[in-house]
Design a binder for this molecule. Structure first.
Ligand code: MG
Length: 305
C-alpha cells in the first residue's frame, strides 16, 4: 500500500488516502456496521491502531474501485508529508554511509573514522514539510543550505530492546526524507541539532510505502539531483548500520512507539564536501529519489529578502 496524507482541491482539511494506479483514493468510514470501532482519521492514527486495523484498512483500500468518480488524478491533489505532525522529533543518523563519513571528515580536515555505533541526532517536527513544498531559505539565518537524500523508516509496532533479527517486524513502512542542513549553523553551534532543525528543512513523502510492498530496505538505489544534475547516487546496501541494526541499537533501553520516524543517513555527494563546496541557492530544484518509493521535489525559495 502507498498511504498518503492529502488535501483535495480548494480544501484545507487533510485526508488519509491511498494511491492505486497513479490515482488517489480517499479512505472514508464505510457504513458503521462494516467498520467496528473508531475509523482512523489520519495515517498516524492508523499506525497507532495496530496490525488488525492495518489489515482491515488494506482490505478496504483494495476493495475500492479506481474510477474517475471515486478517485482523483495525483496532479489535482495536494500531498502533505505522510505524517505531517509526528508526535516526537524525527531520529536521524549521521555518517551511516562510509563514503559520506570519509568525504565529510576530509572536507573538515578531520581524521577519517567510520563510527563504531550509530550516531543519532534529531530534527523537530516543526521542520517537517510536504513532498513538493518549497524549502524556505532565510539568508540572514544561514548562508550554507545543503541537501541529504535519506531513506526513512516508520515504526509500526513499538517495543524496547528489539533484536535485529525481529526488528523489521516492527516497521510499518518507508518514506523519503531530504535532511536539509545549514552547515554554517552546524559548525557555529558545535552540534548538529540547530543546523538540521530550521522550519521546512525536513521535506518528506510523497507517500509511506508499507513494509510488505517495499521489501528488503538494504538493496534500494537512492539518489538526489539539483536542477536535474545528479549529486548523490548510491544504494542503501552501502549503509554501515542496516535498518535492523539501527532499530536494535536505538531501542536498547529506550522504547520506540508506533509512528516514530527514523531517517537512516545520507550517502556521499553532499554539497559541503565538494570542491569547491556547493550550497543550495534561491530557485534550485532538489529531487530526492528512492527506488520502490518515488521522488520528492522541493524548490529552494528565499524568504525575508
Ligand atoms: Mg542526514
Amino acid at each position: 500500500m502507498k498511504y498518503v496524507t492529502c488535501s483535495l482541491r480548494n480544501e484545507t482539511v487533510r485526508h488519509l488516502g491511498v494511491v492505486r494506479e497513479n490515482r488517489l483514493l480517499v479512505l472514508r468510514n464505510p457504513a458503521a456496521s462494516e467498520w467496528p470501532g473508531p475509523f482512523p482519521s489520519s495515517l498516524l492514527e492508523l499506525i497507532e491502531a495496530g496490525p488488525e486495523v492495518w489489515r482491515r484498512m488494506q482490505a478496504l483500500a483494495e476493495s475500492l474501485p479506481v474510477s474517475t468518480d471515486t478517485s482523483h488524478p495525483l496532479e489535482r491533489v495536494r500531498l502533505h508529508a505522510p505524517i505531517p505532525q509526528p508526535a516526537k522529533n524525527i531520529v536521524c543518523l549521521g555518517r551511516n554511509y562510509a563514503a559520506h563519513a570519509t568525504e565529510a571528515a576530509r572536507a573538515r580536515g578531520q581524521e577519517i573514522k567510520v563510527p563504531d555505533a550509530p550516531v543519532f541526532f534529531t530534527k523537530p517536527r516543526t521542520s517537517v514539510t510536504g513532498p513538493y513544498d518549497p524549502i524556505p531559505w532565510d539568508a540572514s539565518v544561514t548562508q550554507q543550505v545543503d541537501y541529504e537524500a535519506e531513506l526513512a523508516v516508520v515504526i509500526g509496532v513499538g517495543g524496547k530492546n528489539i533484536s535485529a533479527a525481529r526488528a523489521l517486524d516492527h516497521v510499518f513502512g518507508y518514506t523519503i526524507i531530504n535532511d536539509v542542513s545549514a552547515r554554517d549553523l552546524q559548525q557555529r553551534h558545535m552540534q548538529w541539532f540547530k543546523g538540521k532543525s530550521l522550519d521546512g528543512f525536513c521535506p518528506m513523502g510523497p507517500w509511506l510505502v508499507t513494509a510488505d510492498e517495499f521489501g528488503d530496505p538494504q538493496n534500494k538505489p537512492i539518489s538526489l539531483r539539483v536542477n536535474g544534475v545528479t549529486k548523490q547516487s548510491a544504494s542503501t546496501a552501502d549503509m554501515i548500520f542496516s535498518v535492523a541494526v539501527i532499530i536494535e541499537s536505538l531501542s536498547k533501553g529506550m522504547t520506540l512507539e508506533p509512528g516514530d520516524i527514523i531517517s537512516t543517513g545520507t550517502p556521499e555527494g553532499v554539497g559541503f564536501a565538494r570542491t569547491p563546496p556547493e550550497y543550495l541557492q534561491d530557485g534550485d530544484l532538489v529531487e530526492t529519489e528512492v527506488e520502490g518509493i518515488g521522488v520528492i521535489r522541493n524548490r529552494v525559495v528565499a524568504e525575508n529578502q
